[in-house]
Design a protein around this ligand. Structure first.
Ligand code: BG6
Length: 488
């Protein structure tokens, strides 16, 4: 890792407190890491001491010893206040002064943990400043320091706004210095999808329409939108979870093996998947909003800050279809919701049953299909269900599981943000979203976003969502191309 200045826009916000300070602490205290210099930027009337105190309390809450946290914060953190995000003179002055004081060579990470409305102005100001410094633009010197622009989600709110934002980004920065964050890509178990699939030829050969009946990707959350209505209301689950996190899981599950294990290799395969995904139709989606339940007197509509009569969805199931050789006719079902009975994220690959049923379960039913469940969180690991003979006369069948538990074998993993921050500083964009990918992901949902014709079903808090969901999952697979007598 090169010594560098890390400029954190949004340093007074929630993401910084909950995720970024702990991740920065753990990455910068790794053996061999350079001394950290972090310039926090915000509009609040804070100073260095206030920023350091905020970081110390977030670190100690996460289990860091108080004196270590304080020593780290005092050495690493400085604050620059701005009044508007398109006037960054105070940031550039503070950055230059810090670089001089600490003998840094000008390498910079700009991390934008900002509300989306602040992106265009900030990116344009940073771009102009960096062009003047000669790190981007038409006159980049060979020995110019590197600069990296990190953009937190949401990247736009629909296809048109994502295109506009990409246009602004590309007016100032080349794609290869842009790091669009989807923190799901930093999760160990999500990266393990690649290893699991491409290091085990056994599964990979069954990973096609010949053997797979459907794939279900579920991210069930127990948390809700209370206290976050200012961000969540009007945004909803399609934008907050489906377009990014679940779509990334979908793309990693459906993609072909990359030619190389690098940013270009992986991202171009994911983009191919998204390009062959049909735009989801309104009849392929179920939306829901949690109402009160026996343990939760307050439903979504009752939260402070939620607009009266809000149609914002807190649950969505979307059935995606791909037109490609590997997956034609295999539905991918993406499902996520808040205030569910349990927190669980998993990818279930449901294999086809044998073409002829020879055996029945002990209860007299047809055998269940083999299901491979890749558990992303919690209890990370996988389980594969298969049928065995129940002892005794005849051929009774019972379903059993082979399983593997990640934590049992390897212990706890680093937080996703830690992995992503280390990759940014090392200049590895493999786990970040390419601009084309972000646009394609919006295109897939373009007909179901803000579509008032789609009903938003209420579901009681702590249930698995609206009943209609099961119908969508069990619906027969994609209409196959109709047989025809025409010859050509
Ligand atoms: C965030 C969403 O991006 O991801 C939240 O804005 C959601 O609404 C969160 O709860 C889920 O992340 P994780 O890592 O807890 O699964």
């Amino acid at each position: 890792m090169d010594p560098h200045l890390f400029v954190l826009f949004g340093a007074t916000g929630d993401l910084a407190a909950v995720k970024l300070f702990p991740a920065l602490y753990h990455v910068t205290t790794r053996e061999g890491a350079p001394e950290p210099t972090i310039l926090g930027v915000g509009r609040s009337d804070w100073d260095d001491a206030r920023l350091q105190a905020a970081a110390v309390s977030s670190l100690t809450e996460g289990g860091v010893d108080e004196s270590d946290a304080r020593a780290w914060a005092e050495a690493a953190l400085r604050y620059a206040r701005v009044t508007a995000y398109d006037d960054l003179a105070p940031v550039f002055d503070a950055a230059a002064a810090l670089e001089e004081e600490r003998d840094l060579e000008g390498e910079r990470v700009y991390y934008l943990a900002l509300p989306p409305s602040a992106f265009p102005g900030t990116i344009a100001s940073l771009g102009e400043h960096e062009a003047e410094r000669g790190t981007v633009g038409d006159h980049v010197a060979e020995d110019a320091p590197w600069v990296r622009l990190v953009i937190e989600k949401p990247f736009g709110h629909d296809l048109a706004s994502a295109r506009e934002l990409n246009a602004i980004v590309h007016e100032h920065f080349p794609e290869d210095v842009v790091y669009r964050i989807d923190h799901y890509l930093g999760k160990e178990t999500v990266q393990n999808l690649l290893v699991f699939r491409f290091a085990n030829a056994f599964f990979e050969s069954a990973w096609t329409r010949q053997d797979v009946e459907r794939v279900e990707i579920t991210v069930a959350e127990t948390n809700d939108a209370a206290g976050r209505a200012g961000y969540f209301d009007g945004v909803g689950t399609l934008r907050d979870m489906i377009q990014n996190h679940l779509t990334q899981l979908f793309a990693l599950t459906a993609m072909d093996p990359p030619a190389r294990l690098d940013a270009e290799g992986i991202r171009s395969e994911k983009i191919k998947v998204l390009r062959s995904t049909r735009t989801a139709r309104p009849d392929a989606v179920i939306l829901g909003q949690y109402a009160s339940g026996p343990d939760d007197p307050e439903g979504y509509a009752d939260h402070e800050g939620v607009a009266e009569g809000s149609r914002t969805e807190t649950f969505a199931t979307v059935r995606l279809q791909l037109d490609n050789w590997r997956w034609q006719g295999v539905p991918f079902i993406l499902r996520t919701g808040k205030r569910m009975p349990a927190r669980v994220s998993e990818i279930a690959v449901v294999f086809r049953r044998p073409p002829v049923t020879l055996f029945q379960t002990s209860g007299g039913c047809d055998p269940t299909p083999n299901v491979l469940r890749l558990r992303l969180q919690p209890d990370e690991g996988f389980r594969l269900s298969f049928d065995v003979k129940t002892p005794g006369n005849g051929f009774g069948v019972s379903t059993q599981e082979l399983s593997f538990d990640y934590e049992d074998r390897f212990g706890a993993f680093p937080d996703a943000y830690e992995t992503l921050l280390a990759d940014i500083v090392r200049g590895d964009a493999t786990l970040f979203v390419h601009g084309d990918e972000a646009e394609e992901a919006w295109r897939v949902y373009s007909e179901i976003l803000d579509n008032d014709a789609i009903e938003v079903h209420p579901y009681p808090s702590r249930t698995w969502g609206p009943d209609a969901t099961e119908t969508l999952i069990q619906a027969p697979p994609t209409e196959e191309v109709a047989a025809s007598d025409d010859t050509c």
